[in-house]
Every structure is written in structure tokens, then in C-alpha cells.
Write a protein that binds this ligand. Structure first.
Ligand code: ARG
Length: 302
């Protein structure tokens, strides 16, 4: 196994103000109460598990009235010290951005904005793999964001259309495991997206619909440890056969808001492609699954 060159430093936000206060995805139901003490304990277990696996965790301060701020995967997209803030589709999450940006500014990141009017929900819809970003669109993010995102991050972007409203972010359907392997959920993509992934992933672990609805793809990978909300026996066997250790962390309270382990984290140590260059006028590279073979990112900026 050649471990992923990223996934050792994460941004997370304690669930002090977490809850299901509105409904912006099919999992959310305001009538279902969240047990906040349990949520705190589960979030603490996730931090402990990630730390034990060798990751560092940085904290974003929780804010009243922003229950989904815990899902830091949606804070934005990061590559080589540049941070591109999200542009949320739903007004309920838009006020999160000021808090996210303040954290990244304070911590010395170069903050670069997508043009106004395009939607993009950060690492929830953009995951690095073999030198490119796979980028989901339709439910939350717009395909129109991919050109600017590619330019700002200095990385080719491969678009994937998400066709199942229950799997509204890419990170519910795709999980990089190492440099060659990923958990993939083709049921959630259109036929072009399936081809993109087929061309990009040498050794896919295909998830069944039930496995994907159990948030298997929404796992956090730290070296050889896969941190999952639950692990069906079939998936566990395959992962262990490849040399991974599975750590299950119950995140039931967060699933009520439609988010699992991965959604609660944002990788800060992503370093793929050539990296950020100048402002938005530069070249972007989108699509073309059968273009030149993607280069694997150099781990220099880790
Ligand atoms: N309630 C949140 C929302 O609908 C959940 C976000 C899940 N995040 C993710 N990266 N999939 O926006």
C-alpha cells in the first residue's frame, strides 16, 4: 500500500451548537431530536480515534445559530496552503463562511475566492486523487465552479454529476484510500462520472447501495487506518485484505443531519498538482478522463 500523501491534519469544530434546526437534505428532519451530550461524546471519540491513528486536529470555534458548522468538510477547498472558501447553496449555511475565512486568515492561509454567483461546497464536493480533484456537482455545487476552482488550486478538476439526492455531496460517494485505491459508489453518478472514476481509480472498492447509504464512503483515512461510521462485514474484509485497519466510530447524532465522519473533518495538508499560481486569469483544466495520465502529487508541502 502506498499511503495517501494527505490526511494527517484536520480542521474540526466541536458540536456545542449542533442540531437539526432546518432541512436542507433528505436526511434532515426537524422533528427528530439530537442528543447533544451524545453528539459531544461521539465527536470526542472521533477526535480520539483520528489522533490515535496519527492525525493532528485543529479546532474551529463553534458559533451559536450555525448548527452545521461542525461539518468542516464544507468550509472550503484547500491545496498547498491556499484556501478557497465555499459558496453555499442554502442561505442557512452561508453565514458560516465569515467564521471559516477568519480561521484560515488567522492561520496564515492564502484566501482566494470563487467568483460570485457560482456555488461550491468545499471538500464535501472536491476530493484529491492521483494528482487531480474529483469534483461533485448538481445538488449543492455547480459545474461552473470547476474552472475557477482548478485555476485557483492549480490542479485539474474532473467533474462528477451526483444523481441521487440522498447522496448530495461527493464525499458520500467517493473515498480515496491510498494512491491506487478508493471506495466508489457508481450508483450515485451519471454515466460520464462513472467513466471518469473508472479511468482514474486503478483499484476500486465498489460499494453496494446499502453500504453507501450507511455512509461507508464518508470515511476518514489516516495512513492505513479507515475511520468509518459503520463497517459492513463485506467492506471490512476487503479493506483488511488490502492491509487497512478499520476503526468504527458511532456518529449517529450527526447522521441525523446527513453527515458522517468525513463531513466532520477538513484535511488541511492536501498538496496536489502544481499548486496555486496567480489570480483567476490562469489556465484551468477540466474533464477529459482520457487525457494525459495524471501525475501523482509531490508530497513536498506536507
Ligand atoms: N446538514 C449538512 C448539510 O446538509 C450536512 C453536511 C454534510 N457534509 C458533507 N461534507 N457531506 O449541508
Amino acid at each position: 500500500m502506498s499511503a495517501l500523501p494527505w490526511g494527517r491534519r484536520f480542521l474540526m469544530c466541536p458540536p456545542e451548537h449542533f442540531g437539526v434546526l432546518y432541512e436542507i437534505n433528505p436526511w434532515m428532519n426537524r422533528e427528530v431530536a439530537v442528543d447533544l451530550d451524545l453528539a459531544r461524546a461521539q465527536w470526542g471519540d472521533l477526535v480520539a480515534t483520528l489522533t490515535e491513528a496519527g492525525a493532528g486536529v485543529e479546532l474551529l470555534e463553534p458559533q451559536p445559530d450555525l448548527p452545521d458548522l461542525v461539518f468542516t468538510a464544507n468550509a472550503g477547498t484547500v491545496n498547498r496552503g491556499r484556501y478557497v472558501p465555499s459558496r453555499f447553496r442554502h442561505p442557512q449555511r452561508q453565514p458560516e463562511v465569515d467564521h471559516d475565512v477568519a480561521w484560515f486568515e488567522t492561520n496564515g492561509y492564502d484566501v482566494s475566492w470563487l467568483p460570485e454567483g457560482v456555488r461550491h461546497e468545499g471538500a464535501g464536493d472536491a476530493l484529491p486523487f492521483r494528482g487531480v480533484f474529483l469534483a461533485g456537482y448538481r445538488s449543492r455545487s455547480d459545474a461552473a465552479a470547476h474552472g475557477p476552482l482548478s485555476t485557483l488550486l492549480g490542479v485539474p478538476v474532473r467533474p462528477i454529476e451526483l444523481v441521487d439526492p440522498r447522496l448530495y455531496h461527493l464525499d458520500l460517494t467517493f473515498c480515496p484510500l491510498d494512491e491506487r485505491r478508493a471506495m466508489v459508489a457508481p450508483h450515485a453518478w451519471d454515466s460520464y462520472g462513472r467513466k471518469v472514476v473508472e479511468a482514474l481509480v486503478p483499484e476500486p472498492l465498489y460499494l453496494e447501495v446499502e453500504e453507501m447509504l450507511g455512509f461507508c464512503a464518508n470515511s476518514v483515512v489516516v495512513g492505513s487506518t479507515v475511520v468509518m461510521a459503520q463497517c459492513p462485514r463485506r467492506v471490512g474484509r476487503l479493506l483488511e485484505g488490502w492491509g487497512f485497519d478499520v476503526a468504527v466510530v458511532d456518529v449517529s447524532e450527526f447522521l441525523k443531519a446527513g453527515g458522517g465522519c468525513r463531513c466532520l473533518t477538513l484535511a488541511l495538508d492536501v498538496a496536489v498538482g502544481q499548486g496555486p499560481s496567480g489570480p483567476l486569469s490562469g489556465e484551468s483544466a477540466i474533464g477529459a478522463p482520457d487525457g494525459p495520465p495524471p501525475s501523482t502529487g509531490t508530497p513536498a508541502a506536507r
